[in-house]
Design a protein around this ligand. Structure first.
Ligand code: HEM
Ligand SMILES: N[C@@H](CC(=O)c1ccccc1NC=O)C(=O)O
Length: 365
């Protein structure tokens, strides 16, 4: 007969908290907390990976079936919810006082969360660029840290190597999809570049309005000059961004591709009320929510670490909290999605579209 314990595998699950010696009777409550919190995180990571892979596989199709965008949004919403639930778990770890943790910490060396294969898989599947990675203390690379202390391969290493070979990242398939967006007309380089030019003109119009308002509010001449200079700087940023002139080392084709991606993001964000743009915009907004939650995870982990071990060197050999704070600050994957928020225009200032009707739901006569 079917029962709970056979389906959830409760007895097997409850036998896994014995640490290196597989003997829970030898462990304090503190150490069992330490182990269980990690195991819960690894289960949340497992679910996050499944959903990210589902979303990545949807966007890997060309064309991406419009009817599937809602499914991608569902997967990404679940990833956000999983991270949102996982982040507060660090509160349980903080019931460990520094001295309690020191009772068993030395026995853990050189083990470290740096060897969490699933965290690396999440970074790889999202599309974290290896050139951004901050080297750990001892090992040359994060892959080296996944080897056993005698340098032999491990199940963790195999898992990450498998992930690295298991297809493109969510970032690369999402950007390919964005680059195929029909922007106010056909999905061509010309329509993307034409839209970008019109959008910059929208910024010019916005500035004229703001400067006129500034003059009406009788700000001093210096204030107005300062305001105008700041607005001009914003336009220059928007121009460099939309022309992809801020990226070094791109050949013409790669730069044109980046221009299409960035113009598409601006287009989706600026006209998201148009029915056929609503789901694409929802998806890119959820991708930002996913990355935001991952950054919060890194920062919350670092604050818990600081509360428990201060600024000691990590058991994995890193600078500890200093290393973790750097990863939270520097590891950014969807830069273009974040950057667009700096250059969007108020609704009245976005360019009028020539083919707006093409983005409404087609009502058959
Ligand atoms: C008392 C609890 C914890 C302490 C003191 C701690 C400390 C640290 C330190 C110092 C590092 C930097 C690498 C090193 O030198 O070891 C690190 C990395 C890491 N820890 Fe923790 N950690 C704790 C709990 C956790 C938990 C519960 C998780 C959940 C899975 C976790 C996941 C990670 C991950 C994924 C990394 C690698 C981060 C990166 O390289 O970006 N840690 N931890
Ligand atoms: N790096 C941690 C040790 C640690 O947290 C840890 C050790 C073994 C297994 C998982 C760990 N969790 C996260 O790094 C520390 O420096 O205290």
């Amino acid at each position: 007969m079917r029962n709970y314990w056979d389906y959830i595998k409760v007895e097997e699950l409850l036998s896994l908290q014995g640490g290196f010696d597989n003997d829970e009777s030898k462990l304090s409550n503190d150490e069992v907390v330490f182990i269980v919190v990690h195991q819960v995180y690894e289960l949340w990571f497992k679910l996050i990976l499944r959903e990210l892979e589902t979303a990545r596989d949807l966007f890997r199709q060309n064309p991406v079936p419009d009817m599937k965008l809602a499914n991608a949004a569902t997967s990404l919403r679940r990833v956000v919810a999983l991270f949102e639930q996982a982040v507060p778990h660090f509160r349980v770890m903080e019931t460990l006082t520094t001295r309690d943790y020191l009772d068993f910490r030395d026995r853990l060396i050189p083990a470290s969360g740096f060897q969490s294969a699933q965290m690396r898989e999440i970074e790889i599947l999202l599309g974290l660029d290896d050139t951004l990675r901050i080297p750990l203390g001892r090992e040359g690379s994060y892959m080296a840290a996944l080897r056993s202390s005698d340098g032999s391969p491990s199940a963790a290493l195999a898992r990450v190597e498998q992930r690295r070979q298991s297809g493109p990242s969510l970032k690369s398939v999402l950007y390919e999809w964005l680059a195929r967006t029909p922007i106010d007309g056909p999905a061509t380089q010309e329509s993307a570049d034409r839209f970008a030019k019109a959008f910059i003109a929208g910024h010019e119009k916005e500035i004229e309005n703001r400067v006129r308002l500034a003059k009406q509010n009788a700000l001093t001449a210096d204030d107005i000059t300062r305001l105008e200079e700041r607005y001009r700087a914003e336009i220059r940023f928007a121009e460099r961004f939309l022309r992809a002139e801020d990226e070094e080392g791109l050949d013409d084709e790669a730069r044109a591709f980046r221009r299409r991606v960035r113009a598409a993001i601006v287009f989706l964000e600026s006209y998201r009320e148009l029915p056929r743009l609503a789901w694409p915009r929802e998806v890119i907004d959820l991708v930002i929510a996913v990355e935001q939650q991952m950054i919060i995870w890194r920062q919350r982990h670092a604050r818990m670490v600081e509360r428990v071990i201060g600024r000691r060197t990590g058991t994995g050999g890193s600078a500890g909290v200093d290393y973790l704070d750097q990863t939270a600050l520097r590891y950014r994957i969807f830069n273009d999605l974040w950057a667009v928020r700096t250059i969007l225009l108020r609704k009245p200032s976005v360019p009028l579209l020539s083919h707006e009707d093409e983005y409404r739901f087609r009502v058959e006569d």
